[in-house]
Design a protein around this ligand. Structure first.
Ligand code: RB5
Length: 149
């Protein structure tokens, strides 16, 4: 299951991604928001990030105006590696190398067509592991306060 969330600045991208998921029979849960009325992006970041961290969702997609604020909030939840992406190369590499579990995009940065393309790359790319696993483990150690130089 893919967890989706957005604020008013990202609702256009989230709706485009929902159409893509529906067309491809990919299960998803939409955690809101559901209109263009101004809302606070940390609320939706928290809902999606906890769904991913708790294992309710395999991966998440979050959209705000830039993708930045919503990623900052999501990354405060333990176990979350949320990446702001606006090009195809980074959408692929953040899965392959960083094992990102939430894709963040900005509705005032990219258009709907690009968002669907990036979401499809993100959802269809697997983590390489190997030497990258060690680095991702180091991120987890920083998060847990157990990182040693
Ligand atoms: C909301 O106006 C805007 O600040 C938000 O969508 C996002 O861009 C924050 O990073």
């Amino acid at each position: 299951m893919i967890a989706l969330g957005c604020d008013h600045g990202g609702i256009n991208l989230k709706n485009a991604v929902i159409n893509y998921l529906k067309e491809n029979n990919i299960e998803y849960k939409d955690f809101g928001c559901y209109s263009e009325e101004s809302v606070d992006y940390p609320v939706f970041a928290y809902k999606v990030a906890t769904a991913v961290a708790d294992g309710e969702a395999e991966l998440g997609i979050l959209c705000c105006g830039t993708g930045i604020g919503i990623s900052m909030a999501a990354n405060k939840v333990k176990g979350i590696r949320a990446a702001v992406v606006s090009d195809e190369f980074c959408a692929e590499m953040t899965r392959r190398h960083n094992n990102a579990n939430i894709l963040c995009m900005g509705g005032r940065v990219i258009d709907e067509e690009k968002a669907v393309k990036l979401a499809s790359i993100f959802l269809n790319t697997v983590f390489e592991g190997g030497r990258h696993q060690k680095r991702v483990d180091m991120i987890t150690d920083i998060e847990n306060g157990s990182f040693k130089l």
